[in-house]
Design a protein around this ligand. Structure first.
Ligand SMILES: Cc1cc2nc3c(=O)[nH]c(=O)nc-3n(C[C@H](O)[C@H](O)[C@H](O)COP(=O)(O)O)c2cc1C
Ligand SMILES: C=C(O[C@@H]1CC(C(=O)O)=C[C@@H](OP(=O)(O)O)[C@H]1O)C(=O)O
Length: 325
């Protein structure tokens, strides 16, 4: 299964085309809508004020409630755009966002309104694709679930702590980052390979780094391995009936680029939102001079809580790839 995400944040619509979807998958729209709602903007003071229904319109690839196996196209309308907030960003790129790198890469032809194709808005069709992937994985006994593992330096925060930290950053005209831990359960041992392009960590990472604001991916103990001894790091094997299992899972379910039958566990770091309301230094691309920038518009003071279903979606697509779907 391959997917391509299309659209810009302030264009008429965004969407996804999936090809090689297995035929006969029952497209549970209640489940898909619930997944989309977990990510949708405008739901709390901790998120952007932009209001979008995020209702997916399926144009092809589904007939009588089931996938046909031919290309599946889903479109999501953009209705609450306010492009005037972005007028000055044509010449004044936002530090941390993709305005400057996108301008260079696309020779000034990039749609800078709302971040264009770089916007976190493009994760709405990704969540649609991920929801479909989860429906496929369910039939194979594979589940994907993620939680917030850090916000603003506080590990495994309670929902109340998340709210307090995010709203404090917002009050300071600032933003805050964090991390998400994701578990993929039910993948059999023996998937993947050690080689370039085929190893489990690489397949997951390709999907995860395509999510805007993801800045690090670590499997199992991750950077913690750097300060462990072998006796602490190794996961001892034992027999659980007929199944080979490990007592700990520091390695995050992967050895030598191949699943070992334990849950695949990884953590991603999410950067603080680039668009903050404080005055910042930038450059004026029209004059070639240093400049000051005050960003207007409606931005997420934190991305972490909104990205939890997005990380699950990326992981579900990676799990399908590993299973040869
Ligand atoms: C769900 C989601 C919401 C986001 N909301 C914002 C936002 O409101 N303002 C902003 O500047 N960046 C936001 N971002 C992050 C930018 O899209 C991202 O930082 C930018 O495209 C540059 O990509 P990079 O951080 O991966 O380098 C969001 C990302 C996601 C996944
Ligand atoms: C619209 C969404 O988030 C947007 C992501 C985003 C960015 O730069 O990534 C910037 C803001 O866009 P705008 O200025 O158009 O409101 C967010 O609202 C969404 O996630 O659906």
């Amino acid at each position: 299964m391959k997917h391509i995400i299309f659209g810009e944040s302030h264009g008429p619509a965004i969407g996804v085309v999936l090809e090689h979807v297995p035929s006969g998958i029952v497209v549970d729209m209640d489940f898909i809508r619930a997944e989309m709602a977990r990510r949708a903007p405008g739901k709390s003071p901790m998120s952007t004020a932009r209001q979008e229904a995020d209702e997916p319109h399926i144009l092809s690839g589904v007939f009588e409630g089931k996938t046909t196996g031919t290309p599946l196209c889903a479109v999501i309308e953009n209705t609450d755009t306010r492009s005037k907030d972005y007028a000055k960003l044509k010449d004044l790129p936002r530090p941390g966002h993709a305005d400057y790198s996108g301008h260079v890469r696309y020779e000034g032809c990039n749609d800078y309104r709302g971040g264009g194709h770089f916007s976190g808005r493009l994760t709405a069709p990704l969540v649609f694709a991920g929801a479909l992937a989860k429906l496929i994985l369910k039939e194979k006994g594979v589940t994907v679930s993620a939680v917030i593992s850090n916000v603003g330096g506080v590990a495994d925060p309670t929902p109340e702590q998340v709210e307090e930290i995010v709203l404090a950053a917002k009050k300071d005209l600032d933003s805050v980052g964090g991390a998400i831990r994701c578990t993929v359960d039910g993948l059999p041992a023996g998937l993947g390979a050690p080689d370039y392009g085929r190893n489990v960590e690489g397949i997951f990472s390709q999907q995860l780094y395509a999510v805007p604001a993801v800045k690090a991916v670590a499997f199992g103990a991750g950077f913690g391995f750097a300060v462990m001894r072998g006796s602490q790091a190794n996961d001892p094997f034992y027999m659980d009936g007929d199944a080979v299992r490990t007592r700990t899972n520091h390695t995050g379910g992967v050895n030598g680029g191949i699943t070992n039958g334990m849950p695949v566990v990884f953590e991603v770091a999410i950067r603080p939102t680039p668009s903050i309301a404080q005055e910042q230094d930038t450059v004026d691309l029209s004059t070639g001079r240093d400049a000051k920038l005050i960003i207007e518009g409606r931005h997420d003071p934190c991305i972490v809580h909104r990205a939890v279903p997005v990380i699950e979606a990326a992981a579900a697509l990676a799990a399908c790839e590993l299973l040869g779907i």
